[in-house]
Write a new protein. Structure first.
Length: 277
């Protein structure tokens, strides 16, 4: 059932401690760093309310506010976390004089076409329940229905921060290999997948390939948690998996790899576990 849920208080009626960003019994989570957060909602009082809730959790956050998807895109800025309404107004007028604007779901799809390191975590904050299944399609991190419960918002925000911290640790992980008589440090973030070539391993990187002597079994153990064996000859970076079915895995660069029917169930379990981290 489609339910339009309203209930945000006018900004003047919000609790003073929230507007001031004070603790008011809040969690006061510390040491999270300056997270770049964007709020995209066509109602000013909602943007102000969400910004105040964020500052209660982390006063060091850098918060940007946008009244439309077009304004968000026009700014050309990258953010780590995006709080996004779905039914956005304020767009240009069409030939009939009606307002035309990109909605939040369309913006989320556009953002998912960006390189992984530029894609924000998305928390939908909307007055409608009917879009929840579409939110899965754009890999939304959370779906909150207005009026937002402060405690649930705090929990969602903390989970988002934890996820961002995990992603940062993953980006900092590296692989040390011996290549052409020298040691090379390869960020795991740059490895799409590994292919076995006899006694050598071929790293398929964002910027090309690199071959070195090594054993797939040993590398699989070393990279467990972020990489999964989908075939005797393939080890894929779970962060770069775009989609999969029983026959193949499609990576974020569009390349398709065959997945063994004997590896499929274990791969699905590993991938779901990776996404839930």
């Amino acid at each position: 059932m489609d339910i339009k849920i309203c209930g945000f208080l006018p900004i003047q009626q919000l609790r003073p401690d929230i507007l001031a960003g004070g603790p008011a019994g809040g969690t006061g989570r510390k040491g999270m760093g300056k997270i770049r957060v964007a709020i995209c909602d066509d109602e000013q009082n909602i943007r102000s309310y969400l910004a105040a809730l964020i500052r209660r959790e982390d006063g060091a956050c850098r918060i940007s506010e946008y009244a439309s998807a077009e304004a968000y895109l026009a700014a050309g800025e990258d953010h780590e976390l995006l709080l996004l309404d779905i039914e956005l107004g304020g767009g240009a007028a069409d030939g009939a004089g009606s307002a035309v604007s990109m909605d939040g779901m369309a913006l989320a799809r556009k953002l998912r076409s960006l390189p992984l390191d530029r894609q924000p975590l998305i928390i939908f904050v909307t007055g409608y329940e009917r879009y929840v299944y579409q939110a899965f399609d754009v890999e939304a991190f959370q779906y909150l229905v207005k009026p937002v419960d402060e405690q649930r918002f705090a929990q969602s925000f903390r989970r988002a921060v934890d996820k961002l911290s995990l992603l940062e640790r993953q980006r900092q992980r590296t692989l040390l290999v011996q290549h052409a008589g020298a040691s090379r440090v390869i960020p795991l973030e740059n490895i799409l997948y590994v292919e076995s070539h006899g006694h050598k391993l071929l790293l398929h990187l964002k910027e090309g390939t690199l071959e070195y002597y090594g054993k797939m079994g040993e590398l699989e153990l070393e990279l467990s948690g972020q990489f999964a064996r989908i075939h005797k000859g393939y080890l894929v970076n779970l962060r770069h998996v775009e989609e999969y079915c029983r026959g193949q895995v499609t990576l974020t660069d569009g390349e398709r790899l065959m997945i063994s029917k004997y590896k499929y169930d274990a791969f699905v379990k590993q991938h779901l576990g990776f996404l839930r981290q």
